[in-house]
Design a protein around this ligand. Structure first.
Ligand code: UD1
Ligand code: UDP
Length: 375
């Protein structure tokens, strides 16, 4: 069996590398071919380097300030040619990016079967998140084998009329990646050098943010909330690895660049970022992956969005939606830092996203058509 694994961005890489590692254990029965579109460049390379993955094909497509239409067209054109050349039995995609959807479409045009990891996440609002909600709905329409991480995401697929025999609940592969890194954190410590700027007498709020629907006034309001939190409280510092998208990088630096106790830093490699999450007191984010990782590390999350396709964390009581409301972000941060009713162990116990076995389940289904599902 030949499997072509296609990805392009940081989160897809983090969540697909454990699956690639698992597939490679089955060589020569399975031939694994890895293609990166490089929709991201530096942020993708950080992940490839940390896990020592060398792609077989690198389309090298990132353009500065790329727009959705031209990115889609270029990936589609390049990938269709590659799929015809490689002739895989399966194209494996993950998540909801432009690379995900376009790779599924290219596979369909070449009449190659598609397996979709992290299938079935939905908000029901086509503009939130934009364009990810439509990317994953369209990918699901093309997909032959669906791997939803949880029962909630499985039910979303079944409500859309997807054949139940093509759906396998696996847990999220991000937990597999996180467990690998957590083991390495105990053995390596050179990454700690870059954190000498951390103020030891202050609690840490870790922030990330990049969603397109937040660009403009919402992102400004989130930054103003961070300024208020760090300015009004003398026991807090904010650490913010800023996403390289110029629509994020530029306004964030303009609003927060001079603020005391707010540390704006370059995106961290995954090892360093997991360490930073593990020593944080609170995480504020709009990231999908971080929403899943934080509870696994015993951290509470404030989600700077109005909707989430990951309601499991909210239902478990380890996350809450705070939108882009300056006052609400500031007051919720204060409440959690001063009076979090849950201990890290309690948060970890409630973590709903996976058990570290998702990749082996996915490969088992690809090879044998069955697995013991994640409950
Ligand atoms: C993309 C995905 C989003 C995912 C996010 C993860 C789409 C439409 N969006 O958003 O679903 O959650 O990645 O981070 O697929 N850039 C760099 N270097 C990098 C990465 C990005 O300079 O390593 C800059 C470039 O100017 C690029 C811009 O960021 O044009 C936007 O990148 P793009 O992948 O189109 O969108 P993201 O906002 O990163
Ligand atoms: N991440 C990272 N370095 C950083 C910020 C985030 O390695 O400086 C990781 C994070 O742990 C998570 C993933 O990147 O696994 C999330 O990526 P992003 O927020 O870009 O995308 P999303 O998950 O929202 O699609």
């Amino acid at each position: 069996m030949r499997v072509l694994v296609v990805f392009g961005t940081r989160p897809e890489a983090i969540k697909l590398i454990p699956v690639i590692q698992e597939l490679k254990k089955h060589a020569p029965k399975v031939e694994t071919v890895v293609c990166v579109t490089s929709q991201h460049r530096e942020m993708l390379d950080q992940v490839l380097d940390i896990f020592s993955i060398k792609p077989d094909h690198d389309l090298d497509l990132m353009q500065k300030n790329q727009d959705l239409a031209s990115l889609t067209a270029t990936i589609l054109d390049n990938l269709t040619g590659l799929i015809r050349k490689v002739q895989p039995d399966w194209v494996l995609v993950q998540g909801d990016t432009t690379t995900t959807f376009t790779a599924a479409l290219a596979a369909y045009y070449c009449k190659v079967k598609v397996a979709h990891i992290e299938a079935g996440l939905r908000t029901g609002n086509k503009y939130s998140p934009f364009p990810e909600e439509i990317n994953r709905c369209l990918t699901g329409r093309i997909t032959d084998l669906h791997f939803p991480p949880t029962g909630v995401s499985r039910d979303n697929l079944l409500k859309e009329g997807i054949d139940p025999d093509s759906v396998w609940v696996t847990g999220n592969t991000v937990v597999d990646a996180l467990q690998q890194i957590a083991n390495r954190l105990a053995e390596e410590n050179t990454y700690k050098k870059q954190f000498e700027f951390i103020e030891p007498d202050r609690k840490i709020i870790l922030v990330t943010g990049h969603r397109r629907e937040s660009f403009g006034s919402n992102l400004e309001n989130i930054c103003l909330a961070l300024k208020k939190i760090a300015g009004e409280n003398n026991s807090i510092q904010v650490i913010y690895p800023v996403h390289l998208n110029p629509s994020v990088w530029e306004p964030v630096h303009k609003i927060l660049g001079e603020s005391k106790h707010i540390h704006l830093i370059y995106p961290l490699d995954y090892l360093a970022f997991v360490y930073l999450m593990s020593i944080s007191d609170l995480i504020i984010t709009d990231s999908g992956g971080v929403q899943e990782e934080a509870p696994s590390l015993g951290k509470y999350v404030l989600i700077t969005r109005n909707t989430t396709e990951r309601p499991e964390g909210i239902e478990a009581g380890v996350a809450e939606l705070v939108g882009a409301d300056t006052g609400l972000i500031a007051s919720a941060s204060k409440r959690i830092l001063n009076n979090n009713t849950l201990t890290p162990d309690e948060i970890r116990d409630k973590s709903p996203y996976g058990d570290g076995q998702a990749s082996s389940r996915i490969v088992e289904v690809l090879l044998s058509g069955r697995c013991n599902e994640f409950m």
